[in-house]
Design a protein around this ligand. Structure first.
Ligand code: ADP
Ligand code: MG
Length: 579
């Protein structure tokens, strides 16, 4: 094309594309989910802007906020079109190739070790999954503030952008055309696409349509020439139907010439998803499978792994809202990055079904909130300051903690006698077995950071702590269990910090306590030492670092004697350990 401008992909993006193209990853289905999710994001953006500026949506078809999929079997093209915000020329250059997202290299690295493409969307590079199935891709886009452009690439290290002078005007939005590879022919089957949308994009909040062929019966005047062969074949109806037809013909026979029914194929838009938001439904009527699917679409996770827990509730009072909270089966790859960067979170906030923001500086599990009492026509920044949001936050944290506590209570591996009975009675504990350990391994650090930062919930969070100790036998144990094993008259919870359990086991400070049958907690996470500056006590017990000067082990005179006799040795050890 004469007006095409050429660009090179940023190096890291180019590497990513190479990996995708050469990938042996068998599940190529994910491209559709990624494209639909991008279309949905773009629609969310325009809908949000339209809250303060109604004009922005335009009129007629332009105002239709939907996603449309079309297949062209002859040319082997799938096209996915949205009337979302669209991209300017500048956007196309930046978003699709020249600026690598922060997750790009992390994902490239991960791909080289695991080869599992499933989580591509979580790394912010989902678009490139199109090259799993296509060898040539066109992105046609029209943003309100620019002309219509075409971005195109054969994934050969370069892409081109041209002002679009040949396609039909889009009005606004984006159309992505995938020229399918030879071996990706299955995606030209309508049934395949329907199945994929059902499976992965069911909970998209905008209608998804497929331009689908449909067989319809049409009545046409019967030919004079009754011996026509074609007619014989099209007349595949059963005996009964034939009788009906005859009756009809009898009734209308006088008025009209004879007619006959024939099958004809036409095409029409077929709606593929149910756009009723899951959080608006009655929790009793939503199945586990639906929650799991909804979680997968929210989290851009295509695995079969169930979330560890969820909580779906309606909050009433000054601020009313509905929320669905999930504990993911795995911590997001950038959980602590986003935590420290404080500009990305797992919370999606809707006000009256309109997506408002996912930019919150809170550390929460995957959450979706929809509120009717928050104002719609304010900026995101103002909304973040809104007092109602504080109430929402408070309630969400409470609910999240309850949900996490429940994982522990229902886990038969958690040796807590109080719950044992309930679990045994409820029977179905296989699924819950080991879930808390799983949670702890993925999110334990978040609980500790919570203890450090959230004074109000410190005690609730401390209940969720797990650690190894001199008496835990290599397993995880809790503070409550520690307390239940305490010696008579013990006033303190003893702990020791270091880098590994093995190193701590050799500590002379430890020996002094274990000899007397005191249990000592091993704190080996770098954050633990910091944690203990905030967690001074639990229930009525104080925390004591056993390697600190002047440790008292209760009123034990023998203890004093020991201390006296080992004075020199202790001194020596302290010196030795200090250097
Ligand atoms: P992510 O969606 O996580 O940002 P992607 O690789 O899927 O990452 O998409 C990259 C960017 O391209 C998006 O952030 C968005 O800015 C832009 N984009 C992709 N598809 C569309 C679309 N249909 N409409 C508007 N912008 C889009
Ligand atoms: Mg995306």
């Amino acid at each position: 094309r004469s007006n095409a401008e050429k660009f090179e992909f940023q190096a890291e993006v180019s590497r990513l594309m190479d990996i995708i193209i050469n990938s042996l990853y068998s599940n190529k289905d994910i491209f559709l989910r990624e494209l639909i999710s991008n279309a949905s994001d773009a629609l969310d953006k325009i809908r949000f802007l339209s809250l303060t500026d109604k004009e922005i949506l335009g009129e007629g078809d332009n105002a239709k906020l939907d996603i449309e999929i079309k297949l062209n079997k002859e040319k082997k093209i799938i096209s996915i079109r949205d009337r979302g915000i669209g991209m300017t020329k500048e956007d196309l250059i930046k978003n699709l190739g020249t600026i690598a997202k922060s997750g790009t290299s992390a994902f490239v690295e991960k791909m080289q070790t695991s080869g599992d493409l499933n989580l591509i969307g979580q790394f912010g590079v989902g678009f490139y999954s199109v090259y799993l199935v296509a060898d040539y891709v066109e992105v046609i886009s029209k943003h309100n503030e620019d002309k219509q452009y075409v971005w195109e690439s054969k994934a050969d290290g370069a892409f081109a952008i041209s002002e679009d002078t040949w396609n039909e005007p889009l009005g606004r939005g984006t159309e992505i055309r995938l020229h399918l590879r030879e071996e990706a022919g299955e995606y030209l089957e309508e049934s395949k696409l329907k199945e994929l949308v059902k499976r992965y994009s069911e909970f998209i909040n905008f209608p998804i349509y497929l331009w689908a062929t449909k067989e319809v019966d049409v009545e046409v005047p019967a030919d004079e020439d009754e011996s026509n062969d074609e007619e014989e074949t099209s007349e595949s109806s059963s005996e009964e139907e034939k009788e009906d037809e005859e009756k009809e013909e009898d009734e209308e026979g006088d008025k009209k010439r004879k007619t006959k029914k024939v099958k004809e194929t036409t095409s029409e838009w077929e709606l593929l998803n149910d756009v009723k938001a899951i959080w608006l439904r009655n929790p009793k009527e939503v199945t586990d499978e639906e929650y799991t699917k909804f979680y997968h679409s929210l989290a851009k996770d295509l695995s079969d792994e169930k979330p560890l827990a969820w909580s779906h509730f309606t909050a009433e009072g000054d601020v009313e809202f509905k929320a669905v909270l999930f504990v993911p089966p795995k911590a997001p790859h950038d959980l602590y990055e986003s935590y420290y960067n404080a500009n990305k979170s797992n919370l999606k906030l809707y006000v009256r079904r309109v997506f408002i923001s996912d930019e919150f500086d809170e550390l929460l599990p995957k959450v979706l909130v929809d509120s009717d009492t928050l104002p719609l026509n304010v900026s995101r920044e103002m909304l973040q300051q809104h007092s109602s949001l504080k109430t929402i936050k408070k309630k969400l944290i409470r609910k999240a903690l309850d949900m996490i506590r429940r994982i522990a209570e229902e886990d038969p591996d958690e040796t807590n006698d109080k719950n044992k009975k309930d679990i045994e009675e409820s029977g179905d504990n296989d699924e819950k077995k080991g879930q808390y350990t799983k949670f702890w391994n993925e999110f334990g650090k978040s609980i500790k950071l919570g203890i450090i930062e959230d004074a109000t919930n410190r005690n609730r969070l401390a209940k969720l702590l797990r650690f190894e100790s001199t008496k835990s036998g290599g397993k995880l144990t809790s503070l409550d269990q520690y307390i239940s094993r305490m010696k008579k008259g013990q006033k303190d919870i003893f702990y020791i910090t270091g880098t590994t359990k093995e190193q701590l086991e050799k500590s002379p400070f430890l020996e002094r306590l274990t000899k007397k049958n005191y249990e000592v907690i091993y704190f080996t996470d770098p954050v633990d030492e910091y944690l203990m500056q905030y967690l001074m006590d639990y229930e009525e017990y104080k925390f004591q670092n056993v390697s600190k000067e002047g440790l008292k082990l209760g009123k034990d005179s023998k203890d004093k004697e020991l201390k006296e006799s080992f004075k020199e040795l202790t001194k020596w050890w302290k010196g030795a350990l200090a250097c």
